[in-house]
Design a protein around this ligand. Structure first.
Ligand code: ZN
Length: 221
């Protein structure tokens, strides 16, 4: 983890966390709480202030629960040594489950994506969770996603197919393309999640890009 280079974390911990306000005074407990809440994604100064007032005025018990849960999670949750998803031991429950099909390895961007695939009950293989996607502008490269570990894992002689299930955003597509080229250069079988019309979707209401993709990816029935 020493090679992390601060690409995915630490950006929010700039001058705000330095412990002093702009006029050089030590911030009050309330100001510190507001600043701490701003670490939550999508929370600006106004929302942080509203949350702080709400917790202090209406829900001190909930605030303490939140503080304890955060403290506990930060000290006990780590990354699975095999697939990088969040876990409390060395290996996550999926990697420890020997009923899973070890020939299949599905690559996803984050644990929420993995959970969605699990909910479909259609996939019984194992996972590799990138914990992000390639994003050169944010300084996130192959090392940050542990792609060398993915390559070693995919070439272990047990995995026979790698299923790329990164998002269909430009970053997700670029990441899938990079990984696909990397694995194919080693002669490994790679597949990509198919795109198409959503279940229950009426063509009239589906965007043209999705229909175009579904037409290109059509298969015989
Ligand atoms: Zn795991």
């Amino acid at each position: 983890m020493a090679s992390k280079s601060g690409a995915t974390g630490g950006r929010a911990a700039g001058s705000r966390a330095a412990g002093r306000t702009s006029d050089g005074k030590t911030p009050s407990s309330l100001e510190q709480l507001i600043e701490a809440l701003r670490h939550l994604p999508g929370v600006g100064p106004k929302s942080a202030q509203r949350m702080a007032f709400h917790l202090l005025q209406h829900d001190r018990e909930g605030a303490l629960q939140l503080a304890q849960a955060l403290d506990h999670a930060c000290s006990s949750v780590q990354h699975c040594t095999r697939c990088h998803t969040f876990t409390e031991g060395d290996l996550c429950t999926t990697c420890r489950d020997d009923t899973r099909d070890a020939h299949l390895l599905c690559v996803v961007e984050n644990p929420a994506d993995q959970m969605m695939i699990e909910q479909t009950l259609t996939y019984k293989g194992l996972y590799f969770v990138l914990m992000g996607h390639l994003s050169p502008l944010d300084g996130i490269g192959p090392r940050d996603l542990h792609l060398e570990q993915l390559l070693a894992r995919a070439s272990d002689g047990v995995v026979s197919e790698v299923v790329l299930a990164t998002n269909f955003t430009s970053e997700g597509e670029a990441t899938a393309h990079y990984i696909s080229e990397m694995l194919k250069a080693r002669g490994l079988a790679v597949s990509r999640l198919a795109r198409g019309v959503p279940a229950g979707g009426e063509l009239e209401y589906v965007d043209a890009g999705t229909i175009a993709r579904a037409m290109l990816d059509r298969r015989s029935t």
